[in-house]
Design a protein around this ligand. Sequence first.
Ligand SMILES: Cc1cc2nc3c(=O)[nH]c(=O)nc-3n(C[C@H](O)[C@H](O)[C@H](O)COP(=O)(O)OP(=O)(O)OC[C@H]3O[C@@H](n4cnc5c(N)ncnc54)[C@H](O)[C@@H]3O)c2cc1C
Ligand SMILES: Cc1cc2nc3c(=O)[nH]c(=O)nc-3n(C[C@H](O)[C@H](O)[C@H](O)COP(=O)(O)O)c2cc1C
Length: 699
Amino acid sequence: YEKGTASPSAKDLVFEVKARPGGPLDTPHLAASTPSFSEPAAVRNAASPPPSSLQESKTTTPTSGEARRKATVLFGSNAGASEQMANEIARFVAAHGEFSVNVATLDEAATTNIAATDVLLVATSTYNGMPPDNAKAFLPSLSVSEKIKKGSLEGVSFAVFGLGNSQWHTTYMQYPREVDLALQEAGATRLVDMGAADMDGTTVEDSFEAWLSSLGTALGASSTEGVAAALEAESARLEEEASKLQVVDEVPKGRILFETAADALAGANEIIDKLLAKGVDASDEVIKELAKDRIHPLRVHQAPRELCTPGCGRSVSHVTLQLTTKTDQEPAYRAGDHLEILPCNSSDLVSMALDALGIAPEAPVAWHLGRGTRRQARGAHQAFATKPVLEPLYIKARDVMGFFPDLAAPPSKKCVAKIAEHASGCPKAIAELAALSKDAERFSATMADVSLAELLARYRGRVQLDLGLFVALAKPMAPRFYSISSSPSSPSDDVLTLTVARVSYVTKTGRVHRGLASSLLGDAQPGEGNILGAVRRMTSGFCVPEDASAPLLLVGPGTGLAPMMAFLHERRARRASGETLGKAVLFFGCRSDDDYLYKDELAGMLKDGTLTSLHVALSRTSGVQKVYVQDLIAANAKEVWSLMRDPSCRVFVCGDARSMAPSVRRAFIDAAHSAGGMSVSSAESFVGSMTYIEDVWAG
Ligand SMILES: Cc1cc2nc3c(=O)[nH]c(=O)nc-3n(C[C@H](O)[C@H](O)[C@H](O)COP(=O)(O)OP(=O)(O)OC[C@H]3O[C@@H](n4cnc5c(N)ncnc54)[C@H](O)[C@@H]3O)c2cc1C
Ligand SMILES: Cc1cc2nc3c(=O)[nH]c(=O)nc-3n(C[C@H](O)[C@H](O)[C@H](O)COP(=O)(O)O)c2cc1C
């Protein structure tokens, strides 16, 4: 207070704010870590010897690079897997010692002279057949460059590695293939055939290593050198990954051990929010990345409602969830969006794996969020961006085992080899395991149906593997996607619904496998907060058109009906607010009346004009011939054509990618031919020129 005054004044009042000891914000290191945000993330240099983390290496010119050949590694990646692989490729190439290596995004390369490099290596993923967000400018830059069109990439050697997921059957690896072809057409010389890793399978690492090894040979290394460099790159990766999770004896004083994964996630999100609020440069790429892909706990708003007749052999749940955080999107979701869910392993597999490794379920684990680079496949590892250096969070071993590795997936050959390496006490069985990991044919015949947890259980107590290393070796738990079946106008912009078909089957080892995410969602009860997820938007334009009068042709058999329900809810709300709706025709398919989803709701929508007409294909009704949606499109070709011919008409198709989507497309072409009087080839180009958007997957 000011001397001489009667009462204290607030003039020089200073507040000192301290985090509550043990609270989630009790992270005294934060101030020290902040500067790492301002490091440049642009073109990274990886001149040999390889740095431990290319992500953090600064943009410098190679000191002794003059005599070396130049290699450029480019990546296109939304979720970090291709970026991770690009870094491994860079390490691998740098390990040869002959190259100076730069790593950059494909978009960064769009504005540089890639013809000046000797070797161009690309790792990229694809989203609905399109480029990832940081790769959109690359192909256009090739096609507009006259120089390149004329073959000025002639002196450049190239190789492409694609990441994709065969669940997206029709657009599997589409963008990596386009890049591969474009580079060839631009005159570059192919070093090795395009490599491909299917994230839906268990051979991602094997495919990548095989490609790296042939790349090494093509670059002039002996195969032994190639293998050695691949091994070196792999062991650096494993070490980095393993260091992220460490079982500790006790949680340091003043820190908390999170009771559940959802609590840990909420705590970490809070830390990240505070960091953002601290005013770190908002244009910083890392911050943007941090804010972009975050996962949040979701609340179960209502108990799930069964949509099929009990006992009919199918179960589909109407699940209602509430978003617990405001996003910068207004509203928080849009009809046509997806919800990404991080599932948890079943408790029996979690117990099996922890027991086999001798780790107590309640053991505290230090989770170093800020270490290393991002891992392949999105999952719990990437619930938070991993670049900022934060103090560890403390979580329980059961949550690590629940959310990080995919325990139900069969182990990779490399994982089996490591288990054999760390096992003791049964030499014959271990030798057999080691031999198996080296014999691809026998491996796939023997291991394809054995889950990682079951394999471990066979060696219970005999495998000395750290939790961190085990997680690094396992297939990361992949997120699951669900089409949102509500619209922000119904029920509300923070409550959404999903339409989830339960998965359940008996594995060849006799274990009952209940689909991880579908069971989690189907069983979720109000008050439970263990569902982790986030709204994701498709780049393909799968959303209700702005113009409400545009005619819609909607095809959604089975749970493919989900986004169509969202569209219809949106239309109903628009109609109520006075907009004039164009026609909307829905083709739905199910086996019989027993799994006729949302039958009453659809009847109501037909009655109030939200839906103009509804065609339902029944594929398994006794005494009646099997009918599929494509058959009904053919049978109603005149009506279909009357909408298709309108230039503002949109076609939306959702559901099975393998056979439904191609058959439906064929049926639309046939309708243009039969009812529109076009030749088959004109009908094909007509459908090709329509706004025809698919959201399809292969389960
Ligand atoms: C873009 C997109 C949108 C989607 N939208 C929806 C949606 O709206 N509604 C919906 O229900 N699903 C949807 N899915 C599918 C969903 O994401 C999950 O794949 C599905 O729910 C299964 O996940 P799960 O974790 O329950 O099963 P998992 O534990 O992953 O088990 C499924 C796995 O088991 C295998 N399997 C299944 N049956 C058998 C069997 N008899 N024998 C051997 N193996 C078998 C399958 O091949 C699959 O690999 C969508 C998928 C994508 C990619
Ligand atoms: C919304 C979405 C759409 C996808 N579409 C495709 C696709 O069309 N074709 C494909 O092969 N893979 C597809 N994938 C799989 C991704 O390419 C794959 O997960 C890849 O590993 C992502 O790599 P990234 O982390 O480098 O972005 C899709 C994944 C998501 C989440």
